[in-house]
Design a binder for this molecule. Sequence first.
Ligand code: BV8
Length: 249
Amino acid sequence: MNTLETELERAAAALRKASRVAVLSGAGASAESGVPTFRASDGLWEDHRIEDVATPTGFRRDPLLVWRFYNLRREAVAKVHPNAGHLALAEFERRMPGRFTVITQNIDGLHQRAGSLNVLELHGSLARTRCTSERCDTVEDRGFEPLGERPLCPHCGGFLRPDVVWFHEPLPPVVWRKAEKEAGECDVLIVVGTSAVVYPAASIIPIAREGNNAVVIECNLTRTDASGHADIGLYGPSGQTLPRILSLL
Ligand code: BV8
């Protein structure tokens, strides 16, 4: 097993040669900002069944419970800040303008707040609401202002939902197609803070390998379902490993 130092050097060497880089980030990328992950023992799903709070059925069954769950997350995310890992990814992009893409499963907006410009939100955003009335369907960025227990559309009075992708819902087609393209064309894919169990997001990893034979760098605390696809493994907090790679470039 290579030491972290060796792996950091290998990661830096791969990035120096890269012409296009993509990132697939998950909840672990925000963990050091204080945002709970999903599948840790004290994770977000701990108090809820996924089916009750992150599916269309759950929302139809009990919209108040679902809004309580998402309002709590909006309130929590309003108080946190990007961590050194987010900031390092934004600096990577500044050094490779137009050739660096963050594909995120996260809905906390922290990559953008850290300065990343080219961000593809596969699973939507906590900051946005969407009107459920078919004749309206308005999507609005509401920041992290409190929305009340059952928010209504200011335009048509219809019921609002969070503009996030729930389980059993398709990912936004335009975003997904862009993510597939970027993953298929990159030379290096950095997989940071994801257990790689949710699909189709996790298929970004094989798409990068099979598309352009990309070098896959996994940044995680532990080995995951993605580790078998990884050429380089940086096992430690991404708030430490990502800035370390940057310092070696
Ligand atoms: C779809 C938004 C089809 C909401 C999320 C049966 C029926 C239908 C579909 C399915 C099915 N069975 C399976 C599926 C597919 C399903 C799926 O993948 N299920 C899984 C659970 C098996 N997927 C779907 O349903 C998708 N849609 O398939 O639609 C379709 C097509 C056409 C028409 C109709 C339908 C939609 C999936 C999207 C679900 N929405 N989020 C919300 O956030 O509330 S998913 C949710 O999980 C988050 O987005 C999260 O990002 C994502 C993945 O979790 P991770 O980010 O990886 O987080 P996790 O806690 O698991 O791991 C954290 C990692 O970080 C760990 O490895 C940890 O070690 C590491 N870490 C911790 N700290 C650090 C760290 N690493 C580094 N540094 C640290 N400091």
